[in-house]
Design a binder for this molecule. Structure first.
Ligand code: SAM
Ligand code: SF4
Ligand code: SF4
Length: 372
């Protein structure tokens, strides 16, 4: 059989070259984009590799042994990441989330965490430093992560039924090991722990109630994420999206729920508490209810491209600027300049115009590359 060739360009388009602006744009901590949205949340993808093959993210047929993952020299080093992060913090970032791919696969990730934990806001406060993981290596690493300065973790888990979970991660990984990872994170003090469940209608929607029952009363916050049309490889179909409103109705019928106020502006999850006080859940309605209006998230890809939206087709090449010898002031100026030009609001527009993923320039990058 002929070997399938995957064009690298389809998944990692070359970034737009970034120039240092002619006029210095000093960091005031209040940079805003064209829709008046501040810069508060930075998600950093530390690797494009993963030991799972969740079909909605890294389907096996595409991410096989021939997939052109980035060679080590292409990745931002820890020093480069920290240097960039410092400039983002000067512009108003207060929360950093490490993600991937699977972030715990990046060698010596604790060293990066130590460096990021040492950063301070202009007011001298530490950052909200967190990490999203599939949990497979958490039992082994939780203590070291906490000691390095990580504050909390979000663990992805798509069901409690072992057969369903093994099928969804598509590498036959057992659910018990992820649950052990969550326990280890709690013991290490990496809480409050959030547990993310991507819901695919017809695949794991029957796991909603067992998951809710299991995590109720544990102090962990279970969040249900609508299956998104991110990337270009997961074969997304609208009829596989289960609207969050249905999730809330379903759980509420057995365990009455009360709506809570958002805990912070730009918060992606709508929060609900159990009426009897036994905990909280969240729903992330990325498809059925756009939350672009106060989206304050920037994403730094594994190779140092700045993406202004999860659905962007191109990033801004900060690594080129960094490796070209730019000063801190030039980096800060470039970041401000890029953010000030931002007008992305894909989810809001999704309902109005059907995106054509096959149109030139419309190829969206994969979530494993820019981070969830
Ligand atoms: N590997 C880590 C993990 O799974 O937690 C971190 C990276 S993963 C890309 C980040 C988050 O994105 C996970 O919670 C995952 O479930 C979610 N995700 C990936 N593809 C998705 C999709 N098509 N729709 C909704 N959520 C998705
Ligand atoms: Fe890996 Fe996370 Fe994507 Fe699953 S969702 S394939 S664990 S990066
Ligand atoms: Fe933010 Fe883009 Fe998602 Fe809208 S679609 S909430 S702009 S990342």
């Amino acid at each position: 059989m002929a070997e399938r060739v995957i064009p690298v360009i389809a998944h990692r388009p070359a970034g737009r070259p970034v120039r240092a602006p002619d006029h210095a744009l000093p960091a005031s901590g209040r940079v805003a984009d064209r829709l008046g949205r501040p810069l508060r949340d930075l998600r950093i993808s530390v690797t494009d590799r993963c030991n799972f093959r969740c079909s909605y993210c890294m389907p096996k047929e595409v991410f096989d042994k021939n997939y052109p993952y980035l060679p080590h020299a292409e990745l931002l080093s820890f020093e480069e990441i920290t240097r960039l992060a410092r400039q983002f913090v000067a512009h108003g970032v207060r929360k950093i989330r490490l993600t991937g791919g699977e972030p715990l696969l990046r060698k010596n990730i604790e060293v990066l965490i130590e460096q990021l934990a040492a950063l301070r806001t202009p007011e001298g406060a530490p950052l909200d430093l967190t990490l999203t993981t599939n949990g497979s290596l958490l039992a082994r690493k939780a203590r070291a992560l906490k000691e390095a300065g990580l504050q909390r973790v979000t663990v992805s888990l798509d069901g409690l039924d072992d057969a369903v979970f093994r099928r969804m991660n598509d590498v036959d990984f057992p659910v018990a090991e992820v649950l052990a990872g969550i326990d280890a994170a709690r013991e290490a003090g990496l809480g409050p722990i959030k547990v993310n469940m991507v819901v695919k209608r017809g695949t794991n929607d029957h796991e909603i109630l067992p998951m809710a029952r299991h995590f109720r009363g544990t102090g962990h916050v279970l969040r249900f994420i609508e299956y998104m049309d991110v990337g270009a490889t997961n074969g997304w179909r609208m009829d596989e999206v289960l609207p969050s409103a249905e999730v809330v109705r379903h759980i509420g019928a057995e365990m009455p729920l009360r709506a809570l106020d958002a805990s912070a502006a730009g918060e992606t999850a709508e929060r609900w508490s159990y009426a009897d006080g036994s905990g909280e859940i969240g729903v992330i309605s990325s498809v059925t209810q756009a939350f672009c209006g106060d989206c304050n998230r920037a994403r730094l890809s594994t190779e140092g491209q700045l993406y202004l939206c999860l659905f962007a087709s191109q990033g801004h090449d900060l690594r080129g600027l960094l490796r070209g010898g730019a000063s801190d002031e030039q980096l800060a100026g470039a970041i401000a300049h890029i953010w000030q030009g931002r007008s992305d609001r894909y989810s809001q527009l999704r309902g109005q115009q059907a995106p054509d993923a096959s149109a030139p320039g419309a190829r969206r990058v994969e979530m494993s590359y820019i981070g969830g």
